[in-house]
Write a protein that binds this ligand. Structure first.
Ligand code: GDP
Ligand code: MG
Length: 439
């Protein structure tokens, strides 16, 4: 998948603008890539339509290559579709919070039930597990064993009781022993079947859960879509747990589940052990679907380029001599975001190589400058001449920022000279600009 998308980016690279025509091929590649990641066809179509619209509507950022901008649009859209941030497990106002687990057989419901209890204990929440799977001979024993392993109580009435009745009494028991969460594990079938759905619906009706979590095996790929639709239509889910993400699946199911149910994936299972449960993070999942590290690095680089584009706008302002202390401050913050003074200096025409020593001296000077600007009034920042003409204003700034008067006088003087130089440069007069003699 990563290779496919890489191909899509490469085709866009070298184009100087995102347009209807040059985007078609890239979109086709993204579409194929998502299908290969087992995202449901219908979901892919909707996704591609969104990305196309956003890409075409995107303002072209100067200094950013269209391929990088396109990657960022695809990535951002993926994150958005998957929910943007992690949604934690619901917590009822009055205990106990009731969680119903649903899903096909073998998807990892019972394992996830125990994993969730362990996860909640780390948040100081106490749990009771309820075993309603009376059909698989060893199902109750499996939950009892897991419960013992993590030291969490398990409620069961053997294999002769009615699952709905077990669930009902389970909740009563939870109230009696005073735990704050009950997780009801249920039976699954290999295929969606009417009896299973009817029983699940009765359990849900009886216990009125705060959460109904659909457990989806990430390895089932395309099937995840049908499954989600059926469970959501017939039972109604409030979220999902995507299991077996430790396998080599690309995780396309995450996109389908979210898109078709409108409900968040809350956790992912990443192994057979009870500890192997993690909160679901859409951004991580997006990078996984797109091919992990490589793409993330590209996205980061693109984001960095967007900062550079901001800096270019600033440069415009400089050239038009509208640069004031506020811009200066903004520029300094921008530099901090970018991590180095050197990075910014490289963008300024005419500035050559600078030694590390010069850089670190420059950075400490900038820090002082920032402190002094912070001590200026709003008026003084917009109109540096106010300071140039008033020793008492400079004295106030010096005192406020912990510097001496001379330092403030120097800052104001340097700033005025810089502005003058910028103004001349903006008018096309480059004499006196360091390193510009040859231009
Ligand atoms: P249930 O039928 O839905 O209750 O599924 P189980 O909880 O019994 O799990 C079925 C199988 O999948 C067991 O062998 C589990 O160890 C395994 N399993 C569950 N979750 C995961 C997971 O996140 N990763 C891996 N690799 N295996 C898992
Ligand atoms: Mg089970």
């Amino acid at each position: 998948l990563a290779e496919r998308l890489e191909g899509a980016w490469k085709k866009l690279r070298g184009q100087d603008k995102i347009s209807q025509s040059n985007i078609q091929e890239a979109l086709r590649d993204v579409r194929r890539a998502l299908l290969e990641a087992d995202v449901n066809l219908q979901v892919v179509k909707a996704f591609i339509a969104d990305v196309e619209e956003k890409a075409l509507g995107a303002e072209v950022v100067s200094g950013v290559r269209p391929d990088q901008q396109f990657i960022k649009i695809v990535y951002d859209e993926l994150v958005e579709v998957m929910g943007e941030s992690n949604v934690p497990l619901a917590q009822a106002e009055t205990a106990p919070t009731v969680v119903l687990m649903a899903g096909l057989q073998g998807t990892g419901k019972t394992t996830a039930t125990a994993k969730l209890a362990l996860h909640l204990r780390k948040q100081n929440r106490t749990t009771l597990l309820v075993a309603t799977d009376i059909y698989r001979p060893a199902a109750i024993d499996q939950l009892l064993t897991l419960g013992k392993q993590i030291d969490v109580p398990v409620f069961e009435l053997g294999t002769d009781a009615d699952p709905v009745e077990i669930a009902r009494q389970g909740i009563q028991h939870a109230v009696a022993i005073g735990v704050d969460t009950v997780i009801v594990d249920t039976a699954g079938r290999l295929q969606i079947d009417a009896d299973m759905m009817a029983e699940l619906a009765r359990i849900k009706e009886t216990i009125q859960p705060h959460e109904t979590l659909l457990v989806v095996d990430a390895m089932t790929g395309q099937e995840a879509a049908n499954l989600t639709r059926t469970f959501n239509d017939e039972i109604g889910i409030t979220g999902a747990i995507l299991t077996k993400l430790d396998g080599d699946t690309r995780g396309g199911a995450a996109l389908s589940v979210r898109q078709l149910s409108g409900q968040p994936i809350k956790f992912v299972g990443v192994g057979e052990k009870v500890e192997a449960l993690q909160p679901f993070y859409p951004d991580r999942m997006a990078s996984r679907i797109l091919g992990m590290g490589d793409v993330l690095t590209l996205v980061e680089r693109a984001a960095e380029q967007v900062d550079l584009a901001d800096a270019e706008k600033m440069q415009q302002k400089i050239l038009q001599a509208q640069f004031d202390f506020n811009d200066f401050l903004k520029q300094m913050r921008l530099m901090k975001n970018m991590g180095s003074l050197g990075g910014l200096l490289k963008m300024i025409p005419g500035v050559g190589k600078i030694s590390d020593e010069q850089l670190s001296k420059g950075e400490s000077q900038l820090k002082s400058a920032e402190a002094m600007i912070n001590s200026m009034t709003a008026q003084e920042r917009v109109n540096p001449d106010l300071l140039a003409g008033s020793p008492s204003r400079r004295k106030r700034v010096a005192r406020g920022s912990g510097h001496d008067d001379a330092a403030v006088t120097k800052l104001v003087g340097d700033f005025s000279r810089m502005r003058m130089m910028m103004q001349r440069m903006g008018q096309g007069d480059l004499t006196g600009m360091p390193g510009m003699g040859g231009m």
